[in-house]
Design a protein around this ligand. Structure first.
Ligand code: UD1
Length: 425
């Protein structure tokens, strides 16, 4: 199993190109099943989760051809409608195949999802929506089996929580339903807007994406299209936080500052000088230690849960004490214990709040990655720690961060990937 060995203490400095967004490309790859002709997707990041989604599409019989960061999906060969446990268990986003399969082929069997171990993550809202759209849904042998032999029909769906995946699944399903669908309390994440933009390029009629009410006028068929995936705001925010923690100075290219407002505001509160242009973000700490900043995660446009671990890691070496409140997922503080191994002073107060007292320095130690974003919290800790930190189980990181050691090294970090026992420093 690969490990990442980082010798901390060097401020991150230099320029970095942000990759395409993982959370955008996954639903867009699934959405390609809806079209009647090939869909060409540009700015595709090379990630393990993308490889998994492509394997799932091929398993259904789709042809997926790719060169570099462009991928073309041809759906004409789709002859199976089942997404098997072996593939789904590693990635919760596999469940996004449900909506397109059901809408286009009238049937879908998808294993109940796995993914990051960050608390219970039900799919009840997805299922409630599919039923409202007229599908028969059953749970059998760990699979969700849904059928709509006579097609889906438009309806009103009020989500109990603004779920990102649920909104995406129902949005995709509704594009081919008879009549109009209205999704209320919809999630507003930029990735949903990106997906809707791609669906619109296929001819779908969608209004209100990016707001809590989305209306979809169903049509009989969608055509092929080309789409360029938006920049990954989580990757961008993660490297900015890492730069701030190390008192660094970085410039991000191909970023989208408009999708990162909540994070940029908090980084400014921490003392970062930030300059933005439409597709660029520059951050400079002027060599200063960050100030501790309170955060509370919330659905977009609030502070993203996917950047909580990284920001908390920055707070461990900041001046002062901070409170970090997680409101989206339970059990998303698994990085606390591992950061404590590096000398961080952070403790839980109840289930949803961490109190972090900044210390002057962390010390390198062996740690274990537990989930995708928490893993980068450990990377931030390792980058500021004195000495070497070996981070085990970095397959979690490879799910969602393209070329992590290449990108960190380009910013001056002392980082290498090693396999097995050789990693122990
Ligand atoms: C997506 C993102 C993930 C991010 C999360 C929240 C992708 C591939 N993943 O995950 O990186 O952390 O949004 O921004 O885009 N819930 C229910 N019932 C449901 C669905 C969700 O109760 O049917 C709850 C979840 O338990 C959680 C909250 O809603 O507490 C948000 O989950 P959701 O927005 O669905 O997250 P994902 O789409 O899985």
């Amino acid at each position: 199993m690969d490990k990442l060995v980082i010798r901390g203490g060097t401020p991150l400095a230099g320029e970095l190109t942000v990759s395409g967004a993982k959370n955008s490309v996954l639903p867009i790859l699934a959405a390609a099943l809806l079209a009647a002709a090939p869909v060409r997707i540009h700015n595709v990041p090379r990630l393990r989760d993308v490889t998994t989604m492509i394997a799932l599409l091929r398993n259904l019989g789709a042809d997926v051809a790719g060169e570099d960061t462009t991928v073309e999906v041809t759906q004409s060969g789709v002859s199976r409608f089942r997404a098997p446990y072996e593939l789904v268990k590693t990635m919760r986003a596999s469940f996004l195949l449900m909506g397109p399969l059901l809408a286009r082929f009238g049937r879908a069997e998808v294993s109940l999802p796995g993914g990051c171990a960050i608390g219970p993550r039900p799919v009840d809202q997805h299922l409630k929506g599919f039923e409202a759209l007229g599908a028969q849904v059953e749970l059998e042998d760990g699979y969700v089996k849904a059928r709509a032999p006579r097609g889906l029909r438009g309806c009103r769906i009020v989500l109990d929580v603004p779920t990102v995946g649920g909104t995406e699944n129902l949005l995709m399903a509704a594009t081919l339903a008879r009549g109009t669908t209205r999704i209320e309390n919809a999630a507003r994440e930029p990735e949903i807007v990106d997906l809707a933009t791609c669906l619109a390029a296929m001819g779908a009629r969608i209004h209100g994406h990016g707001t809590p009410v989305i209306e979809i006028e169903g049509i009989p068929a969608l055509r092929g299209c080309q789409h360029r995936v938006m920049p990954d705001r989580v990757e961008a925010g993660t490297y900015l936080i890492a730069a701030a923690a190390t008192r660094g100075n970085v410039r991000l290219l191909n970023g989208q500052p408009s999708s990162l407002r909540a994070v940029l505001e908090k980084l400014a509160d921490a003392g970062a000088a930030i300059e933005t242009e439409p597709a660029r973000i520059a951050l400079d700490m002027h060599g200063e230690r960050p100030k501790a900043v309170d955060i509370e995660t919330a659905p977009y446009p609030g502070f993203p849960t996917d950047m909580q671990a990284q920001f908390l890691a920055m707070n461990t070496v900041a001046r002062g004490t901070s409170r970090v409140v997680e409101t989206i997922f339970e059990n998303r503080f698994m990085h606390l214990n591992e950061l404590s191994r590096l000398g961080a002073d952070a403790r839980l107060e109840g289930k949803r709040t961490a109190v972090v007292r900044g210390v002057a320095r962390l010390r390198g130690a062996p740690v274990m990655a537990t989930d995708l974003r928490a893993s980068f919290g450990l990377v931030v800790g390792a980058l500021v720690a004195r000495g070497a930190t070996a981070i085990d189980r970095i397959y979690h990181i490879d799910r969602g961060y393209e070329g992590i050691e290449r990108k960190l090294a380009a910013l001056g970090a002392d980082v290498r990937r090693v396999s097995g026992d050789r990693a122990t420093p």
